[in-house]
Design a protein around this ligand. Structure first.
Ligand code: A4P
Ligand code: MG
Length: 307
């Protein structure tokens, strides 16, 4: 989980992703402009490069945190034998999109495809004809909840927003208002929270986004270690597109978001039509949340309340 591939200022957020390569996926396909190519077919071979962070799986030995390359190979084989398409370019595009939106989604953030058509009818002896493309996954909208009840609370919220906005691969899409909320659970007598919810548009995978959220927390912790007690900033991932995960390291949607007014209210204020995947409209959830009477308008914090 410590791969530094989202470090600030590196420009391309995918530049330091790891790679898994599957080469020589072979099938008899019927792609080509000529009638004869479509009728008889010929051999095609595909090499695939999957760009993703392998650290979440590599440090825990958990298959669910990486892409299953066997599934990718089978999907490529299906695309090779589908169609037919006139152009190898079209075939390569179909394979890339299939991996980015299906088999590799959402962990694979960039894919490289090379299609070989060694028997292409060129009219001369040639060694091979290849088309190589590279495509990136579309950005994902993720909803994040921010909470703080220690120290300079407004400072922590502002700092979290600045930190996330400065992270390569993250753009802030909208921000909810800041609410002052009575603590839910935890030790007796702890101070009230400031809570808000923001949405980011991100090209980062879900685990890389979690790392970015944790770095924002650590940035607040560092300051707090010197001057304040524990727990200055909590950044939780509420949703990541419509992806769902039961992984204890990253459970999405957040397992308690559906019953927490301190998450639902700022979200609803910014996006009244919002839906929580698996639970339905945020509006209905908010009307049933037990802690909804503990909410008050919070202070105006720069950057928040910008739908
Ligand atoms: N983790 C798993 N799923 C996620 C996710 N979707 N987002 C893991 C973020 N992290 C996730 O988190 C513990 C572990 O959860 C992480 O290692 C991560 O891999 P943490 O932030 O270190 O611990 P925590 O926040 O104390 O635990 P937790 O369970 O997130 O606490 P909650 O449930 O978020 O509750 N009352 C008010 N009014 N306002 C608040 O903001 N917050 C809490 C914290 C309690 N009461 C509150 C508020
Ligand atoms: Mg948390």
């Amino acid at each position: 989980m410590s791969a530094p591939h989202t470090a600030h200022g590196t420009g391309d957020p995918h530049a330091r992703l790891d790679r898994i390569e599957v080469t020589g996926i072979r099938a008899w396909g019927h792609h080509g402009v000529l009638d004869e190519e479509k009728r008889i077919g010929q051999e095609f071979t595909v090499d695939v490069t999957l760009h993703l962070s392998t650290a979440p799986a590599g440090t825990t030995d958990a298959l669910s945190r990486t892409v299953n390359y066997a599934e990718v190979a089978h999907a490529v084989h299906e695309e090779l034998t589908a169609g037919p398409h006139d152009l190898v370019e079209t075939l390569a595009e179909h394979i890339a999109q299939r991996i980015l939106t299906d088999t590799g989604c959402p962990l694979v953030r960039r894919v490289g495809i090379r299609v070989h058509k060694p028997s292409a009818p060129v009219g001369l002896p040639v060694g091979d004809v290849t088309v190589s493309i590279q495509r990136d996954a579309a950005p994902v909208i993720a909803v994040l909840a921010l909470g703080t009840n220690l120290g300079e609370r407004e400072e922590h919220l502002r700092g979290a927003l600045d930190h996330l906005a400065a992270t390569d691969g993250i753009e802030v899409a909208w921000t909810g208002p800041v609410l002052e909320t009575a603590p839910v659970g935890g030790p007796e007598g702890q101070d009230s929270f400031l809570n808000s919810v923001i949405a980011v548009s991100t090209v980062l995978g879900p685990y890389a986004l979690l790392e970015a959220a944790q770095r924002a927390e650590h940035a607040a912790h560092r300051e707090r270690l010197v001057r304040w007690g524990p727990r200055t900033l909590d950044v939780d991932i509420i949703t990541y597109g419509d992806w769902t995960s039961q992984d204890p390291t990253l459970t999405v949607p957040h397992p308690r978001a559906h019953e927490r007014a301190f998450v639902l209210a700022p979200w609803h204020a910014a996006r009244p039509e919002a839906q929580l995947p698996g639970h339905g409209p945020v509006e209905g959830l908010l009307s049933r949340a037990a802690d909804r009477d503990g909410l008050r308008e919070g202070p105006a914090v720069t950057g928040f309340g910008a739908p």
